[in-house]
Design a protein around this ligand. Sequence first.
Ligand code: GLN
Length: 526
Amino acid sequence: MGKQTRYIFVTGGVLSGVGKGITAASIGAVLKAKGLSVSIQKCDPYLNVDAGLLNPAEHGECFVTKDGAETDLDLGHYERFLDDEFTKKSATLSGRLLRDLIADERAGKFGGKTIQLVPHLTGAIMESIVEASQGSDVHIVEIGGTVGDYEGLSFVEAIREFGRRVGRENSLYIHVVYVPFIGTSKEFKSKPAQNALNDLRGFGIVPDVVVVRTDEPAPKAIRSKIAMFGGVEEGAVLMMPNVDSVFKIPGIVAESSLAPILEKFTGNHNKPDLSKWHDLVKRQQAPKEQTITVGLIAKYMDNEDTYISVLEALKAAAWSEGVGLRIEWISAEEVNEEALSAVDAILVPGGFGVRGVEGKIAAANYALSHNKPYLGICLGLQVAVIAAARKAGLEGANSTEFDESTPHPVVYIMEGQEGKESTGGTLRLGDYPAHLAANSLAHTVYGEQDIVERHRHRYEVNQKYREAIERGGLVISGASPDGKLVEFVEASDHPYFIATQAHPEFRSRPTRPHPLFLGLIRAAQS
Ligand code: GLN
């Protein structure tokens, strides 16, 4: 018989968006630092089949796993905190489970039975938990939204049943609640949290641990009250006021009264080695002699969640270089030379659709012509290619995504892909290898010639225009191993101008910055 996996279920009450994902990921980081193998899974109750079509302005970035799943940004937190790569098994959405269930029903797989949320959907949820947890010592399951949401009820029921199935000693329920501070009366109010705990109990789950999120540190009385109403020991209530760096949270968890609870639960008495997180926080908070300003050419303004992995990758590079970082949000629709000249480096992130694209092309053109360090990501590569082609005299050069009748389709849908572009099924997703040209900037930056990066895009550089693109100042420095797909372009006569068709931000880690971002921050310092 294999080893027994232990399960930690993280639910939320009062409101969503108070750091349930970071809490789950930090607990995972502590357990991993104890030497345990940890897997983690996000269950999203909304009815989408994946996160691919969600509006990033509303929902934040779409994170892509190595096997090509388009997921919620929480998977990004998980990968950054656990320094691991997860798969589509770690992203469970109601929509997909329901779709599969209905397809099975249509295929007659249920032999005439009535198909119901309980036990069929709950059964599918439990199966997905078993699948995602294979081989781990501890598997963490975070349920999106808050307990009591209509959509989430099947998930709450599924984790309740699951706990019974694997045994109460192998399951730990953590409920994350929010306690607001009322400015007018100057007091913390625990009533919504008490109600949230009642709700959870109403669904048959008695929590083992309650995490209390507050904006400021709350008085002890709040902890006692929550313990009493939650039916847990005071030691099982973890007070979590906001902190200035989320990377302090693994350390806070490890020092808290949660530590002995986790120790007992896992049977692992090792002291977690959290030195990399402590070092990171130290580096983050050390005084900086220089601050680098990176101009982010953004389509969605001032919404950090939309570009969270890109921002985290930039920060990681700056911490590692010991410099401060300032992000200058430049609206893609209002790009102007003054704004571009004022920053130390320019980053054009991925994007879809025509809005703001001319501004992104202008930003790439400016960086190319003014020796300004530039990193182009996905669409950021495509606009650089368009800028180079136009520079070479190909008037009206464009991507067919933005101008179907362009005379010079330098970025296009490749043969065999035409006509499928609206089906949502033709994106190139997940890990793809690239071979980098010897002694190119890409090769120097990566330190190797054969690399793998994650992708999420549909259009490709049209290599018929290779010569014009070169005349415009860019060389193709990386391609798919068969040479068909352009993966990297760079300017040879430039301090740092590089763009990739991939999304390197997904592989950057707080303590292991990605070389392309590191290169940008280094170039921006001189
Ligand atoms: N819209 C472009 C494409 O589909 C770029 C996508 C992206 O930047 N992720 O190819």
